[in-house]
Design a protein around this ligand. Structure first.
Ligand SMILES: Nc1ncnc2c1ncn2[C@@H]1O[C@H](COP(=O)(O)OP(=O)(O)OP(=O)(O)O)[C@@H](O)[C@H]1O
Length: 240
């Protein structure tokens, strides 16, 4: 579904060059929830941005749903992001002038494929947003806004959802609820999710945790507890 081959991303030139990702080859399994962790500056955001076609590799490749992103023009990349990918951000990133319902169907509104109304009704019901659909983002709590963002990310049945610190702006109870829904999307709808997080409790909700250090994959844990993750971070470097 999503994999990289010798993915390398450098910033700057010559003496001031920084290698944010250093020959990373990794596959993200379909229908699985994977977290990416690692110290500050280890390359997590750069990896997520390369996987999502927001950043171009310097060397190597990123393949999403059978397409090598490096071969796509900017216009085709934008279309692929709209039609095949879903995003959940720390800052929710809802459009403030649109209602929750309009935000959920955003990809269709900006020219993407038709969204199945039965599917969105189901999502709205599962996410408990039924009586919030006519509200604008500023009329919603943080948790409600993130649930709208999750519905928006799932509405067009993307090949993969990328989540960037999705609980970073939420208290632990609300954050836990949001993680519950992400996990549910994987368990019930077979969604593939890749999430960057600093939070061991959040990463423990995923099937697999991949650890980065200095732009390289340093190891991984399968179905770890938060304690396993903390232990790993304590041995190999503090969480950022
Ligand atoms: N646009 C850029 N220009 C120059 N250097 C950059 C740029 N983006 C990232 N870097 C550098 O690449 C390295 C990896 O950064 P990245 O943001 O991917 O790390 P991260 O693990 O996400 O860090 P954090 O947890 O602090 O968000 C860092 O050394 C960073 O300074």
């Amino acid at each position: 579904m999503v994999h990289t081959v010798e993915l390398t991303r450098t910033f700057g030139r010559q003496t001031s060059a920084v290698t944010a990702l250093d020959r990373v080859s990794i596959a993200f399994e379909p229908g699985r929830f994977t977290s990416i962790m690692g110290p500050s500056g280890s390359g997590k955001s750069t990896l997520l941005h390369c996987l999502a076609g927001l950043e171009r590799p310097s060397l190597g490749s990123v393949v999403v749903a059978g397409t090598d992103l490096a071969r796509l023009s900017e216009a085709r990349l934008t279309t692929l992001r709209r039609d095949r990918l879903g995003f959940v951000f720390q800052a929710f990133n809802l459009i403030p002038t649109l209602t929750a319902e309009e935000n959920i169907t955003l990809s269709e509104r900006i020219g993407g494929p038709r969204i199945d109304p039965e599917w969105t009704s189901h999502l709205v019901q599962v996410l408990g947003l039924g009586n919030r659909l006519r509200h604008r983002p500023h009329e919603l709590s943080g948790g409600q806004q993130q649930r709208v963002a999750i519905a928006r990310a799932l509405a067009h049945r993307p090949a993969v959802v990328f989540a960037d610190e999705p609980t970073g702006n939420l208290d632990s109870h609300t954050g836990s609820e949001v993680l519950h829904f992400l996990r549910l999307a994987v368990e019930q709808f077979g969604q593939t999710i890749v999430m960057v997080t600093h939070d061991p409790a959040a990463a423990a909700r995923s099937h697999r945790v991949v650890f980065l250090r200095d732009g390289r994959v340093e190891g991984e844990l399968r179905n770890p507890s938060a304690g396993d993750i903390l232990g790993r971070l304590a041995t190999n470097g503090s969480p950022a």
